[in-house]
Structures are given as C-alpha cells and as structure tokens.
Design a protein around this ligand. Structure first.
Ligand code: HEC
Length: 329
C-alpha cells in the first residue's frame, strides 16, 4: 500500500484470518473461546469463521456493562432515560445541560440518533454521539511524534515519509470502502474533497474520566487540546481574532482575520468541509441551515465565560462510577 500514510502494515504470514485464528488459538483464554463457540472451533479450514467469531466476541464485550456501565451522575439524575432522580444536578451542571442541548448546539453531533441498532443495546439511553462524521476544524498538533518518525528502520510501524508535511485527512485517508461501497479516497489520501478532514463524533461519555485528578488528558484525534475548558473555548471562539486592545472580531476561516487581529486558535489542519467555516453565530445562521459552511454550529457561539464553565461541569457529569461511589461533590 504505497500511499498508506501510517506506513507499512505488520507482516502478514498466512493471511489475515489465519493470523487471527492462530493468535487466538495460542492465547491463554483460548479454552474460554472454545467454551462459547465449540471445542472444534480452531480446526484447520475454519480460520475465516474464527475471525468473524472474534469480531462477535469483541462486539459483545463492547456492548457489555463492563465497558458501558451507565453509572454516571447523568444516569443517576432526572435526565436519565428512564429518569433516575437520585442526585439532582447543581445549577451550573443544569445550565450546562441546557446549553449542550440548546444554544451551544453540541447535541447536533453529540446526542443519540434514533438508530434501532444502537437503542437495542443501550435500552434507549443517551450515548452522546450520532456516530456522524464532521470536520470541526481541529488544528494540527505540532507535538505529535509522528512528524519526526521519518526513518523507516526505527519506525517500522509508524513510518512517515512526509515528515512535517504530513496532513491527516481523517476519513478522507481511509483506503477501505464503507459497507455500502462508498470509497473515501481513490489513489492518495485526501483526493476526494468531500471526505477531507472528517472525523467521527465520539461519544462524550467518560470524557472527563482520568486515573487521578492531576492526570492530563488529550482531546481530539491528535490530542491537540489538553483540557475540557480548552475544548469548549475552541468551540465557542474558533472563529474569533483579537487586537492589541483586546477587541474581538469574528472572521471567515477561508479569508483570515482583518489586519491587526490575531486568531485565538491555530488554523484548521484541513479547511475543506469545516463546520460553520464562515463563523456565523447561531442566530445569524438561518434556522435549519443545511449549508455546512454557514450553519452557525461551532466557532462563534457567543457563550459567556460562565456558560463555558457550566458546559464543562455538565461534561463532568458523564463519568461512570458515580453511582456506587456516592456523590463526589
Ligand atoms: C458538527 C458536529 C459537532 C458539533 C456541533 C460538536 N462536536 Fe464535539 N466533536 C465532533 C467531532 C467530529 C469530534 C472529533 C474531532 C477530532 O477528533 O478532530 C468532536 C470531539 C469532541 C470532544 C473531544 C472528545 C475526545 O475524547 O477527544 C469533545 C470534548 C467535544 N467534541 C465536545 C463538544 C461540545 C461541548 C460541543 C458543543 C459546544 C460539541 N462538541 C459540538 C463533532 C461535533
């Protein structure tokens, strides 16, 4: 795969399915796999089937309570489906919730779509993603070590021949077609404009979960943001520039700010398909605006500093482990 931006795939010995079946057969949990799928599951000739069954096992684990316990403060509140009413939200958390599902428009990408395949597993609970793809204008992360991995010998699996010129086109660099047969690139990453810069909207459940209070998390596909405060500020002011007097002006990312003004955030890594690239406010954009470039989602939300804080407090209610460990604040 000459154009694979992440470098050569690991060596394949007997074909992909054969490798999966072989690795599973050798694993310490192979007897458990046989218990579920039959004593003869590892028979020669059954490799492709083992591969598919491994996929089923992973899906069952991901859908299980072990991965998704739904034990956050949100799930213990009147907002849960069905409402739980155990712990009321603070005024700030509640205001953040209303902003999330209202003025700040986060729900447009980060709330459950009515998909039967999802709700049959979640019993209708909110998953905080529509599983949609969008370009929110995430800037490059210059500290990403991948930019330095230009030596194929030292970086056999992360070899980046382009060095700092590398551009992450997201979905637009996926060489595999969708189950429905849609191709996201033709020959080189990013060669189909419609898919450039798109990333999947992740679930926001556990977005504040961390092993210890002082643990620094990284957000977005490239880890460019280091706190939820920074993320929310980005959503609020991506399209804002300031002058030396501290005056703010909104600008179209395709045009750049007026003279004398400096953008608050670095430019998007990929400018194609950026949501609300024009920087309209939600009220400036026409209701039900279908044009991604002017839909008023992201970049110029006109949130006050208190409203930004409220949104962060709301995101913090989505961390599992609240029920059982009791109220933490
Ligand atoms: C147009 C769709 C869209 C809207 C509207 C939107 N998001 Fe996102 N969100 C995304 C996408 C896509 C990503 C992943 C981007 C990436 O990886 O570069 C993301 C990533 C995030 C992340 C990082 C998650 C992680 O684990 O790294 C947070 C936090 C987040 N969004 C919060 C919000 C909040 C809060 C709002 C409302 C102010 C919001 N989003 C509005 C699509 C959207």
């Amino acid at each position: 795969m000459a154009n694979n931006p992440v470098g050569p795939l690991p060596p394949v010995h007997g074909g992909y399915s054969t490798d999966v079946a072989h690795a599973l057969n050798q694993a310490s949990y192979a007897p458990l796999f046989q218990q579920v799928f039959g004593a003869n599951v590892f028979q020669t000739g059954n490799e492709a089937n083992v591969d598919a069954l491994a996929g089923q096992a992973i899906a069952a684990y991901e859908a299980s309570e072990e991965v998704n316990p739904f034990t956050s403060k949100y799930d213990a509140s009147a907002n849960a489906r069905p409402p739980a009413n155990l712990y009321p939200f603070t005024a700030s958390e509640e205001n953040g919730r209303q902003l999330f599902f209202g003025k700040a428009q986060c729900f447009a990408c980060h709330s459950s779509a009515p998909l039967d395949s999802v709700s049959s597993v979640t019993a209708g609970r909110e998953v905080f993603t529509m599983y949609c793809y969008a370009n929110i204008g995430t800037p490059r992360n210059p500290n990403n070590p991948f930019y330095q991995e230009t030596d194929p010998t030292n970086n056999p699996n992360g070899y980046n021949p382009q060095g700092t010129a590398f551009i992450d086109y997201g979905l637009g660099s996926n060489p595999n077609p969708s189950p429905g047969g849609v191709h996201f690139m033709t020959n080189t990453p990013g060669d189909i404009a419609d898919f450039r810069g798109l990333f999947k909207a992740p679930s926001l459940r556990n977005v504040d979960k961390r092993p210890s209070a002082d643990f620094v998390k990284s957000y977005m596909h490239n880890g460019v943001f280091k706190s939820l405060e920074e993320v929310v500020h980005f959503y609020n002011k991506r399209n804002i520039a300031v002058n030396t007097a501290g005056e703010e002006v909104a600008f179209d990312l395709r045009v750049g700010p007026p003279a004398g003004y400096t953008p608050l955030f670095p430019a998007p890594e990929v400018l194609d398909n950026v949501q609300n690239v024009a920087g309209l406010t939600p009220s400036e954009s026409r209701q039900g605006e279908a044009d991604v470039a002017t839909n008023g989602q992201i970049g110029h939300l006109e949130l006050t500093p208190d409203e930004e804080t409220d949104l962060v407090h709301f995101l913090e209610t989505l961390t599992d482990g609240f029920i059982g460990s009791g109220p933490e604040q």
